[in-house]
Design a protein around this ligand. Structure first.
Ligand SMILES: NC(=O)c1ccc[n+]([C@@H]2O[C@H](COP(=O)([O-])OP(=O)(O)OC[C@H]3O[C@@H](n4cnc5c(N)ncnc54)[C@H](OP(=O)(O)O)[C@@H]3O)[C@@H](O)[C@H]2O)c1
Length: 329
């Protein structure tokens, strides 16, 4: 798989990464054996950008990634995050997620779980509204100076925060939701990143699985599936969203691809500085998703998709309202 610099200053990474969250939490029953095979296949195929967080299963996902990296460390660009205490089920350091003391403890724990000497990309998972961003990034900068991490990133930060953070230490990437049905980032954040040479790591590029066409109703999700808590997957919104998907599938069929591949190709087409990080536990999905990175969409196909998925067209927010308030700050 072709590699490019992650942003102006970042490491060389594959044009598409592998998101590992769903291997451990939120999306159905974990299957560590299948996930390890998928991680190994990704590395075999040159997908080096492996994305996790200490919040995914409160460290479980980092431990899983660490197992896959044993003996293969040099093949990967290890990307992890800290500071999303809500997703991790609360913190135990006695500090909030962006507090400098928390940053130092969290990093040491992640290094241990991942089994690496250095984290390639270390990102703040959620901006901490109780700590000035300068203080959080200041603590992250010290980790760079100590040789514990190589590059710094943010996740779901707003433009003002990105600008302030970048003054403390160059920011390599912003990890934020971006897909056909989640285009908020186009309202200014993407432009800020471009001005500063910051790459966008597009998370949930398959709409958390919705755009693959495999979830056509709320009932298709397991009882404990975390997507049941997201507005777009609630039954009152699902029917309208499925109508969009059905129209999308006509475009996919006429091109001879899946809707998942069309969704990923659309994200790739938004710019060379955008790196989709689809998630899967399964080798066959991984392979199908990698094929999408090679897909070219014509002007007519892009226009049709942009028209169908105009900004704000999805029924329901991408997160419940209380969680949305913590994004873009
Ligand atoms: N920074 C943040 O706040 C944040 C938030 C959310 C996610 N992320 C990151 O972004 C990564 C990707 O996002 P995501 O996992 O939320 O959503 P996604 O990549 O949009 O979708 C993942 C879902 O799609 C399914 N899938 C994948 N490829 C498929 C294919 N070819 N055909 C059919 N189904 C397919 C997966 O199924 P299986 O699970 O069955 O394989 C999984 O249920 C995460 O793993 C995580 O690393 C970051």
């Amino acid at each position: 798989m072709e590699q490019k610099h992650l942003g102006k200053i970042g490491p060389m990474v594959s044009r598409q990464g592998l998101g590992c969250m769903g291997m451990s939490i939120l999306y159905g029953q974990p299957d560590d054996a299948a996930s390890l095979s998928t991680l190994h296949r990704a590395l075999d195929l040159g997908v080096n950008m492996i994305v996790t967080s200490d919040a995914y299963g409160n460290g479980l996902n980092e431990t899983l990634v660490g197992k896959a990296l044993a003996g293969r460390r040099e093949e990967a660009v290890v990307c992890t995050k800290f500071g999303n205490l809500a997703l991790a089920g609360g913190g135990d350091t006695g500090f909030t997620g962006g507090h400098p003391s928390h940053v130092a403890i969290a990093c040491d724990r992640s290094l241990k779980r991942l089994g690496v000497d250095v984290i390639d990309l270390y990102a703040l998972h959620r901006v901490d509204p109780t700590v000035p961003i300068e203080d959080t990034v200041g603590a992250m900068k010290r980790l760079v100076e100590q040789g514990k991490v190589r590059f710094l990133g943010l996740s779901e930060a707003g433009s003002d925060t990105i600008l302030r953070a970048h003054k403390v230490h160059p920011i390599t990437s912003l990890e934020t939701e971006y897909s056909l049905w989640s285009r908020d980032v186009e309202d200014g954040i993407l432009a800020t990143c471009r001005t500063l040479g910051i790459a966008l790591m597009a998370y949930s590029p398959l709409g958390r699985g919705f755009l693959t066409g495999s979830i056509m109703s709320t009932e298709a999700l397991g009882e404990k599936d975390g997507r049941r808590n997201l507005p777009r997957f609630k039954s009152e919104n699902m029917a309208k969203n499925v109508e969009l998907l059905e129209k999308m599938s006509h475009i996919a069929v006429s091109k001879g691809v899946t809707t998942a591949q069309l969704a990923l190709a659309w994200v790739h087409a938004q710019g060379a500085d955008i790196f989709p990080i689809p998630g899967t536990k399964k080798v066959n999905y991984l392979e199908q998703n990698l094929a999408a990175a090679e897909l070219q969409l014509s002007r007519e196909e892009l226009d049709a998709l942009n028209q169908l998925f105009s900004k704000g067209v999805a029924s329901g927010g991408r997160y419940p309202d209380p969680a949305l308030k913590g994004l873009g700050i």
